[in-house]
Design a binder for this molecule. Structure first.
Ligand SMILES: Cc1cc2nc3c(=O)[nH]c(=O)nc-3n(C[C@H](O)[C@H](O)[C@H](O)COP(=O)(O)OP(=O)(O)OC[C@H]3O[C@@H](n4cnc5c(N)ncnc54)[C@H](O)[C@@H]3O)c2cc1C
Length: 468
């Protein structure tokens, strides 16, 4: 088994510290319809949907449920994928891109329905998410709103600079896109609820049971674990970057990226004076993603590495980002921090579908894994039981090798360069805004002087005796 990541000892970053029911190891041979490898959001979503459709399902998990990214995220449920819309359209065309977008919205609704089930009671949803630009890009925003609102039929609102700054008191941000149907959930409670739903539907989960090999030959596939063997008609690989031995080829199509996040100590009223928005906020460059939790704390994600580092080493990055965006908050104390790995694909789209008869994949969900894992679960389960072929909408996005160790080094370089250029573009935009404001003041003063000169000249003229 992979060693547990540092995140496992640092908690989920929320007010709640909840663990799923513990599950025993697999110590006896078992026959099922479906074997799912990995009990993260993806694996549990597939297992739940397949069991609800009548299949017998076993899930193998090498560690504990939720020790990876699935128990350590910010809980923002938004439509879309980790690839810019324009790139998606360029790749598959408007109609296909619109169908993919609709699937991500269906994924959101699946999460919303589950989150309101009594199995997840106490999972308070907070509504709305705001995507803000670091640069002044009114024209591009209008084009995006057109695509999202008109072509994709999504509910979105364009927010002008003043409206954004009315709720986020910082000069860092310019325009924004508001997603009224997006929402937030508690990462841990959702995962625990998902496990509960799966268990109730009859899914058998085995923890500390890594799948160490797969024999694909034959109609019934064989999966080996350290102490027992499983036989299944179908297998779903949902192990993300941790998959390892069962299919190195699939594992190597993902670039592992450790994302860092931190929860601040209570910040009191100064936080509500700085941020007057209850939902999640993310900038279009993917530098910062945050929201208020527990009334007056900030849950803030920023900083990524393609090699694992202790979360404490990235706390400074997060503290600096908070200070840069909201200097009025002063020094903030970090109560907890965590990192977890997400799997990034080369094309930015998740891997959802059948690789060969009876072998399925659900991974590569990157930074946006809540709605997308939910829809992956439904599509794969329906593909298995209802001959529903909508999963084929993801077929244009092949498994592409992520470049191994060199890919990770290059990936880190690209991340740093992109982040630096995004920050530089933001600084330039703010400089331009300040320069434009200075010019406006100068012009106004000059105009006021001219007006004063004109009125005193007029006054002088009116004082002169009329020439006769
Ligand atoms: C800091 C941070 C913030 C985030 N915020 C958001 C957010 O706000 N909204 C959002 O939508 N997404 C967010 N994400 C992304 C989201 O968390 C991921 O996309 C999602 O958790 C991926 O789920 P997964 O099931 O594919 O992977 P994982 O959670 O990594 O699960 C894979 C599981 O498979 C198991 N496994 C692997 N190999 C084997 C094997 N051979 N045998 C048995 N078990 C195996 C692993 O032990 C692991 O438990 C965030 C991620 C991070 C790190």
């Amino acid at each position: 088994m992979d060693s547990l990541p540092t995140s496992a000892t640092n908690g989920p970053g929320f007010a709640t510290e909840t663990d799923a029911e513990p599950h025993a190891r697999l110590t006896f041979d078992l026959d099922v319809d479906l074997c799912v490898i990995g009990a993260g959001l993806a694996g549990l979503s597939v297992a739940l949907e397949a069991a609800q459709a009548g299949l017998s399902v076993a899930v193998l998990e090498s560690g504990r449920i939720g020790w990876g990214g699935s128990g350590h995220h910010l809980g923002t449920v938004m439509p879309g994928y980790g690839v810019p819309i324009a790139d998606l359209i360029a790749r598959v065309g408007l109609e296909h891109a619109s169908a993919l977008w609709a699937l991500s919205r269906e994924g959101m609704e699946i999460v919303r329905t589950r989150a309101t089930d009594e199995a997840m009671s106490g999972l308070a949803l907070s509504d709305g998410a705001l995507e803000v630009s670091n640069v002044d890009l009114g024209d591009r925003l209008v084009a995006r709103l057109q695509t999202l609102g008109v072509d994709f039929g999504s509910e979105v609102e364009g927010w002008p600079i003043d409206k954004v700054r009315d709720v986020l008191r910082t000069d860092r941000y310019f325009h924004g896109i508001y997603y009224p149907t997006a929402f937030q959930i508690d990462a841990r409670l959702y995962l625990v609820g998902l496990e509960r739903l799966a268990r109730r539907a009859g899914v058998r989960i085995f923890e500390e049971t890594p799948a160490v090999g797969i024999d694909f030959s034959g109609i019934r596939k064989r999966i080996s674990t350290p102490n027992a063997r499983l036989r299944a008609s179908d297998i779903v690989l949902a192990g993300s970057v941790h998959l390892g031995a069962p299919s190195r080829q699939v594992a190597e199509t993902l670039l592992p990226v450790w994302r860092a996040a931190a929860l601040t100590a209570p910040l009191g009223d100064r936080l509500l004076e700085a941020i007057g928005f209850a939902g999640s906020i993310a900038d279009t460059d993917g530098v910062d993603h945050y929201r208020i939790v527990g009334g007056d704390r900030l849950l803030w994600a920023s900083g990524e590495t393609t090699f694992e580092v202790a979360p404490q080493r990235l706390e400074g990055v997060i503290r600096r980002r908070i200070r840069a965006v909201f200097p009025q908050l002063g020094e903030v104390e970090i109560a907890r921090s965590f990192t977890a790995a997400v799997g990034m694909t080369v094309h930015g789209m998740p891997q959802i579908g059948e690789l060969r008869p009876g072998l399925w994949v659900a991974s590569g969900f990157g930074r946006q894994g809540l709605a997308t894992t939910a829809i992956a679960g439904r599509l794969i389960a329906r593909g298995l039981t209802h001959a529903d072929e909508r999963w084929k909408l993801f077929s244009p996005f092949d498994l592409v090798w992520a470049g191994g160790r060199i890919g990770r080094i290059v990936g880190q370089g690209v991340y740093l360069a992109t982040r630096e250029s995004a920050l530089a573009a933001g600084a330039l935009a703010r400089y331009r805004e300040r320069a434009a404001a200075r010019t406006r003041i100068k012009d106004e003063r000059a105009e006021a002087k001219r007006a004063a000169r004109r009125s005193s000249a007029a006054a002088r003229q009116s004082e002169q005796p009329p020439a006769n």
